[in-house]
Design a binder for this molecule. Sequence first.
Ligand code: SF4
Ligand code: SF4
Length: 322
Amino acid sequence: MTNLIISNICNANCDFCFASSFLHERENHSKQKFMSFDEIRSYVHLFDQADIHDIRLLGGEPTLHPAFDEIIAFAKANSKHITIFTNGCLSEIALAALENLSPDECAIIMNMNAKISQEQIRTREKTLIRLGDKVISGYTITQPVFSLDSLIQTILDYNLQRIVRLGLSLPIFSKKNKALHPKQFPVAGHCLAQQSFTAFQYGIQIEPDCGFVRCMFSEDDFQILKKHDFHYVSCCSPVIDICSEGHFLHCFALSEKFYEKYHESMGIHEIRENLIERTNPWQISGIYPECGTCLYKRSGECCGGCLSMILNRFHPIGNSGN
Ligand code: SF4
Ligand code: SF4
């Protein structure tokens, strides 16, 4: 999987935003607010060479790109599947561009706890009505105790796909952003097990994103989640986010430390391998001191958690550790 960061700006204001510090720096230092169409074309060509058939558009808010409709038409003409990561506040042009695509051609992953205004909530409702069957709800856990009730109601009301893509608010290495603390994970794990009863009742599957760890679930909670179709994975590996200055990032959380400058002689797989090799020494460790002797880690059931948290353990904020 590879994401194109086509917009360096956003019209929401989420305090847990992974991309915020990266994008603000871009806004301040660079005049380029959007990835150019030429760049997008050349990366799609690169995807062809790597046999990648999904074009994943990310921001900031990707639908703010002035040529958004043309990008969608271009991806469709090249028989690509399209995935959009959005806060749901879509313009009429963006809506029209996506409306005629089938759920097989396009997935819209919508950040359902985006911080948006009342007016934007009304705009998002319009999006949900018109694009509902293509929408997968994204939810970020920002507090150890949380409720998925209103999200589940929205999924039912607008007939969205019966999936919740669940993320943890994770730290950006060497930056201050709102993130869960590893000490809060077990409470969040227990709360998730409780929330899974209602989700399961309505046939809604909860899919975890990166950064989950095995010990955040007690044995009882783990069995409850299993019974409710929660497909536990513990992973931290580069998806690759490509930004408008030709930097290939491991992920936003590590954008300060682990990225490769694009060069024509390199393919995406090679860049990914380089990043994995560079991060490998850190993966030996984990987010807690006890990870070093953990049987879950040894057996591969847990990756040890988010690398950005691990780096923050060893290099507290203010020391980027380069
Ligand atoms: S460091 Fe790993 S777990 Fe953390 S955000 Fe990046 S890919 Fe995900
Ligand atoms: S490796 Fe660390 S985070 Fe993972 S289960 Fe073991 S102690 Fe928990």
